[in-house]
Write a protein that binds this ligand. Structure first.
Ligand code: BGC
Length: 759
């Protein structure tokens, strides 16, 4: 539809119709025959509100959405179509590893592929827009939503923000935005603007306190990157920032997002975030909350009646101008138009294609490859990869419990509650099905490996809080049963040569509203670990988790530790591919693993202090702990391979750089082991002296290269003057003359240094 027609449509709409266009309701209300009333209608929507809400969330499925759209458009006074939105975070039915794991691949193309597949599957299932990517910078592993982020680094988050937005939407065309009408593409929504990832004490929805400089230099760049990649929508965050809730924050929404970043799309509140301004003590009532939000430029009210019950009155009373409402409605109509919904309200919804695409061979293969590329090998004292003969080709007869002891020296036992667990797709995979997911046990079967398996324990200790949330979870309930499970595991472990111990967090222990004050493996599983390790020291831990954990004890005693996060639909297959060396691990931590919970937030790019501490120093009056080291257990950027790499000293093309110019920093990387492998070569820059304190170092580039044994390659990074810019003492984003160090290596602790000067 032409813009002029959209404007005419807008003019023809009544004020109440406009206000309802700004309401988003759960698809649930439209899925049912007739009007949802009584206790099911928690929000208390009227029939008219349900019938005229402009957008819907949470429903998917081609047949269902086509029917909803048809019914809706018949009743909507101007036959305006709905937009169907939901959270497709790391995949629709073919689920990729969680975003934090994807960050560890240091390979944005992997995330782009995942987003393309998610878009293809969900578009065929009738979806128009996903509430993804979440690009919130995260530094505190207590926060459950670190699993939805790509980690603690601004540069890395930016690369993933762009790749994911482009994966869903396609790249921007010459005339500005991506072509959202294109088949298999859906609109993206970047969230949660702004700084939702920094709640005090890691407690979800808590206050955020950041200086404007930290906000600008560390937190805003990934949202900006998504905007520059053409993201169609931005979601506000729940938190306050500078004591102002985002959904009522004019400076954040109008000045920074719209004026500075040039965002022209739709802004949606997070779930009930407009109404929550009452709880924040910012608005006296819903009417005031509606005023604050519309003035701040929030277009869609997700799941409350603040807008649809108050905007009309606010206009009639002259408190706000109708133009403010029009502006918001127009942006929504424009998005509907960009999606082509006025001409084709069903977009790509197609039952047949939905069936063919979902979980098709190609999608599963990509999910499997992706998962294996996100596993981080933290420790390996020579027990991985497992020898293929270790069980893989054992015949059925030989693998029976009675016989496998005769195979001692060749036997790998698979122990732990995660061996058979199929809930490994992460907290957000609402549409994933357990029967489609491959556990380790399923993968063993698929490979024809008849290894001894023992569960050993439940996943969770008896935890009243989680139980109260009504989750049907895997608890250690009965002491007798727990003892029996443990004894069985110990006897299986005794008989085996090597134990693969699959332990870690439950799926519900990370994600939204899943903050933890003790980020450890549940105690019942630690008991299992101790008991198994006591009878068989050859333990390779396969760690399932949605966040970095305190794994000191595991890391001390296990011979190998492989972090597999929440690996997705093809998790089990990917894990065996890595354990048996079909895939050489190549991922690096996108978020530091702390020494202990008390050390968080711990991140590599902290600021210089006036009393810096270096390991081994004995003075007291330094910025240090008395009882633990300053360094995390495993730092950002760290991760091992089955092979080894040597990196040559840094070569700079020049030892000075002029304003507006660039230089190159290069190294030669050699595979010195006997297996082909990939290394993530990382470039860090450190500013020696500036008008404000600067981070001790910052990631400015990374290249993932593959090398055969004995092979070497030159890796060249270009350092531009622009890359050195930061928000200076006068709040200008610029670089300053002076000395800089570059470090190139295989983790954030690389000490391979070169020095140059910006003149
Ligand atoms: C979450 C968002 C999500 C929304 C809709 C909220 O609770 O914070 O990330 O997109 O719900 O499901």
């Amino acid at each position: 539809m032409e813009q002029q027609k959209l404007l005419e449509l807008l003019q023809d709409m009544s004020l109440s119709e406009k206000a309802e266009q700004l309401l988003q309701i759960g698809g649930f209300y439209l899925e049912k025959e007739g009007v949802v009333t009584g206790p099911e209608n928690l929000a208390g929507y009227t029939q008219e509100e349900i019938e005229q809400a402009g957008t819907v969330l949470g429903s998917i499925g081609a047949e269902k959405l086509k029917a909803i759209q048809k019914n809706y458009m018949e009743k909507q006074p101007h036959h305006i179509p709905l937009i169907f939105m939901t959270d497709i975070i790391n995949g629709y039915r073919t689920v990729f590893p969680i975003p934090l794991a994807q960050g560890c691949s240091f390979d944005p193309e992997l995330a782009r592929k995942g987003a393309e597949i998610a878009a293809r599957e969900s578009a065929a299932a009738g979806l128009h827009l996903t509430f993804s990517p979440m690009v919130d910078l995260v530094r505190d592993a207590r926060w459950g939503r670190v699993m939805e982020s790509t980690g603690e680094d601004t540069w890395l988050n930016r690369q993933f923000a762009r790749a994911v937005v482009e994966g869903y939407q396609g790249e921007k065309t010459k005339d500005g935005g991506a072509d959202l009408k294109k088949k298999g593409k859906i609109a993206a929504c970047v969230k949660h603007y702004a700084a939702y990832g920094a709640p005090i004490a890691g407690r979800d929805y808590n206050t955020v306190e950041l200086s404007e400089r930290t906000l600008r230099d560390d937190y805003l760049p990934s949202y900006r990157e998504a905007v520059e990649a053409g993201v169609a929508m931005v979601m506000t965050s729940f938190n306050t920032l500078d004591r102002i809730p985002s959904s009522g924050n004019k400076k954040l929404m109008r000045e920074i997002l719209r004026e500075e970043m040039g965002f022209r799309g739709v802004v949606i509140s997070d779930w009930a975030a407009i109404e929550e301004m009452l709880n924040h003590g910012i608005a006296a009532d819903r009417k005031e909350a509606a005023r604050l939000a519309i003035e701040a430029g929030v277009d869609i009210d997700m799941c409350t009646t603040c807008y649809c019950r108050n905007l009309e009155q606010l206009v009639q009373e002259g408190v706000i101008s109708e133009a403010l409402v029009d502006e918001a409605v127009l942006r929504i109509l424009e998005l509907k138009n960009r999606l082509g919904l006025f001409e084709n309200p069903y977009k790509d919804a197609d039952e047949q294609e939905e069936k063919e695409l979902i979980l098709c061979k190609e999608h599963r293969e990509e999910a499997r490859k992706a998962a294996a590329d996100t596993f981080v090998l933290l420790k390996n004292e020579g027990i991985l990869p497992l020898e293929k003969s270790c069980g893989e080709n054992l015949s059925r007869e030989n693998s029976s419990r009675e016989n496998f002891s005769q195979e001692k020296g060749k036997t790998v036992a698979y122990i732990g509650p995660h061996v058979e667990n199929r809930q490994i797709t992460g907290a957000w995979s609402m549409f994933a099905r357990e029967e489609d997911t491959v556990s380790i046990a399923d993968a063993l079967k698929e490979r024809g490996i008849h290894a001894p398996v023992a569960r050993g324990s439940a996943i969770l200790d008896n935890n009243r809080t989680l139980e109260a949330l009504g989750e049907a979870l895997d608890y250690q309930k009965d002491a007798q049963q727990a003892k029996a499970l443990l004894e069985e595991a110990v006897s299986v472990a005794k008989e085996a040569d090597t134990v693969v111990l699959a332990i870690g967090e439950h799926r519900v222990q990370s994600g939204e509203a899943a903050s933890r004050a003790q980020i450890e493996v549940p105690e019942c599983q630690m008991e299992l670990f101790r008991a198994v390790q006591a009878v068989n020291p050859n333990v390779a831990v396969v760690l399932f988790t949605g966040r970095p954990l305190d794994i000191r004890e595991i890391s001390q005693k296990a011979k190998a530790v492989l972090v597999v996060w929440q690996p997705g639909t093809e998790g089990g297959n990917a894990i065996l591919n890595v354990l048996y060396g079909d895939v050489n691990p190549s991922a690096k931590l996108a978020m530091s693993f702390p020494w202990c919970t008390g050390q968080v937030p711990v991140f590599y790019n902290e600021m210089h202090t006036g009393r810096p501490y270096k390991e081994g120093m004995t003075d007291k009056y330094l910025s240090r702990y008395l009882d633990i080291p300053n360094k995390p257990l495993y730092p950002f950027g760290y991760g091992l391979s089955y092979t080894s790499f040597e990196i040559s000293p840094v070569k700079l093309s020049s030892d000075t750089i002029q304003k507006g110019e660039s230089l190159t920093a290069s190294v030669t990387v050699k595979n010195t082991g006997n297996m082909s492998g990939r290394e993530v070569v990382q470039l860090y820059v450190q500013d020696h002296a500036a008008s404000v304190a600067r981070p001790v170092r910052e990631l400015k580039g990374a290249q993932k290269i593959g090398l055969e044994p004995g092979e070497e390659k030159e890796v060249v990074f270009t350092i531009t003057e622009e890359m050195l810019a930061f928000t200076n003492i006068d709040m200008e984003f610029t670089s300053e003359a002076g000395k800089y160090s570059v470090y190139i290596g295989s983790s954030s602790e690389a000490d391979n240094e070169g020095v140059f000067e910006l003149v």
